[in-house]
Design a protein around this ligand. Structure first.
Ligand code: G16
Length: 548
């Protein structure tokens, strides 16, 4: 045992010395920064994964990705045994382990071992996956060294999407009850459920069985090819923005984050009027839909739209089954006010608002029999409780129920298999949306007509230290710097249907500003005014924001 601890320091000193002086924090989705600064962090997260795995007595996953960030960044997140993000109480340990000096590593590990009474003799497996960033292979090697230093067994899954990693971890820990824990198992589970739901004909009212797919020049472009092969005529997917490793600009002028935050059609996708398009992000855990109309006007159907479509359809099916299951929808402050109104007033589904980060949404969604959660940026999924699954399984076989009731239960069971319940999964979400549009016989315009979004604007401001900005009330109120919230309140008052909030990003070194108002011009102006206040009061650097 002592020998293992010594290896920890030797490996650190010789191969993965701490190279960054300032502290780095486990953020919204793990550590994320310039790839060149991450070697020692990766090594230390390999160590932590082994400790966590021994503590939880289950397989832990490590995903190397910076998702929507530029190609020069990278990052790492840990995946817990149920396939969900690592428990928040351990994020503090991750931050501590990431920031101690090399010669304090052994002592820090001993502290964790003691505090959690970890049996260091247990054999553990750590699953490792990475995205297509050029820096990912060498960072994966650092993770492997960390796992080996504490005598864990690294299992390399190569280049995979983030949601695939979450799925693999859950499969391993449920002994393949959730699904077969291989790429083939993943494709088979999702595609066969999709085909089962689609049957052998389309609901051709207005549904068109073709989609243009923007792969953001990342792993989502690679993996969609396996779906295309398996889906055949069932869904025609035309792939764009598919650059190989290191040759394309990942997320540059394309991908879900660009389309959502800029509200622009991506480059690399043909502009065909009224054609349904999707963009996924750099690790394929987010998706947005959009189209350009015949006047070349851009229309975005983001995570809020996907959430409402799914919640409405699930509610219809649950009612048709006649089973008593509670359904809830989880959003964040970024959710468009019009979507929240539609969900509560028209769909009559309860809505909860939590802080940004799927880990928060996922956690809240567990409180419902069926919890639908989506961030406006297109990151989300649906989770079904054991109670829901048991009741649906019973209903599907219950001959006392009508044929319609039984069929609705069967449909819901098939939907569960199309969905990656572990985390938001762009491709699984796409199959779910396509299933619903086909079932309703809807084109994208009909989907869009369900409600009208309030015009909104997202801005970023670079500040000296984003940690000086703190928030409360699910990030809807700013606590520090003092006086900023009052100023925001005064600005918002001037705008019809105005709403705005600010928060420090947990994945980029910036403060984010969200604003919505009755008109496009007003939302732009409101966002810019608030951005100016952030710049003034929160230590903005670089060029100050300009009011349009
Ligand atoms: C991650 C998180 C999301 C979050 C996004 C932006 O997404 O998983 O839940 O919405 O970062 O976070 P922030 O506003 O704190 O920068 P991804 O797709 O980049 O992993």
């Amino acid at each position: 045992m002592t020998a293992s601890y010594r290896t920890v320091y030797a490996f650190a000193r010789e191969m993965h010395p701490k190279t960054v002086k300032h502290d780095i924090h486990y953020g919204t989705a793990g550590f994320r920064t310039k790839a060149s600064n991450l070697g020692y962090i990766m090594y230390r997260m390999g160590l932590l994964a082994v400790l966590r795995s021994r503590y939880k007595q289950g397989v832990i996953g490590i995903m190397i990705t910076a998702s929507h960030n530029p190609e020069c960044d990278n990052g790492v997140k840990l995946i817990d045994p149920h396939g969900e993000m690592m428990e928040q109480s351990w994020e503090e340990l991750a931050t501590k382990l990431a920031n101690v000096q090399d010669d304090e590593l052994e002592a820090t590990i001993k502290e964790i071992v003691q505090k959690y009474s970890i049996d260091m003799t247990v054999r553990v497996n750590i699953l490792i996956g990475k995205d297509t960033r050029p820096s990912s292979p060498s960072l994966a090697k650092s993770v492997v060294d960390g796992v080996l230093a504490l005598s864990g067994k690294p299992i390399d899954f190569g280049i995979v999407t983030t949601p695939q990693m979450h799925y693999f971890v859950k499969c391993r820990n449920t002994h393949n009850e959730y699904g077969i824990g291989t790429e083939e198992g993943y494709y088979t589970k999702l595609v066969s459920a999709f085909k089962r739901l689609r049957g052998d004909k389309f609901n051709n009212k207005n549904y068109v069985n073709k989609i243009l797919y923007d792969g953001a020049n990342g792993v989502g472009a690679r993996k969609i090819k396996y779906f295309k092969e398996r889906l055949g005529d069932c869904l025609e997917i035309e792939l764009h923005n598919d650059a190989g490793i290191g040759t394309g600009k990942l997320n540059h002028l394309c991908g879900a984050d660009y389309v959502k935050s800029q509200q622009l059609f991506p480059t690399g996708v043909p502009n065909i009027p009224n054609q349904r398009c999707v963009s996924v992000d750099g690790d394929a855990d987010r998706i947005v839909y959009y189209y350009n109309d015949e006047n070349n006007k851009f229309h975005l159907l983001d995570g809020d739209r996907i959430a409402t479509l799914i919640a409405e359809y699930l509610k219809e099916l649950v009612l048709a089954c006649g089973i008593d299951l509670n359904l809830g929808l989880i959003q964040t402050a970024y959710a468009n006010g019009a979507s929240t109104d539609y969900i509560t007033k028209t769909l009559k589904v309860p809505v909860a608002c939590v802080s940004t980060g799927v880990k928060h949404l996922h956690h809240k969604a567990l409180e419902y029999d069926i919890g639908v959660y989506f961030e406006a940026n297109g990151h989300g999924t649906v989770i079904f409780s054991k109670n829901a699954k048991d009741k649906l399984n019973e209903a599907a076989k219950d001959n006392k129920l009508s044929e319609e009731q039984q069929q609705s239960a069967e449909k819901l069971l098939a939907l569960i298999d199309v969905i990656n319940e572990t985390v938001g999964d762009a491709i699984s979400d796409m199959l779910l949306v396509e299933t619903i549009l086909n079932a309703k016989g809807w084109n994208i315009q009909q989907w869009e007509q369900t409600y009208t979004d309030l015009p909104n604007k997202l801005l970023k401001v670079t500040v000296q230290d984003r940690n000086l900005l703190t928030t409360k009330d699910a990030e809807r109120m700013c606590v520090t710097p003092e006086g900023l919230q009052e100023e925001i309140g005064l600005i918002v008052e001037k705008y019809n249907k105005g709403r705005s909030f600010v928060r420090p990003s947990g994945t980029e070194d910036i403060v984010r500003i969200y604003a919505e108002a009755a008109t496009h011009e007003e939302s732009e102006k409101l966002a810019a005014e608030v951005a100016q206040k952030v710049y003034e009061l929160a230590g903005g650097i670089g060029a100050p924001p300009i009011i349009p």
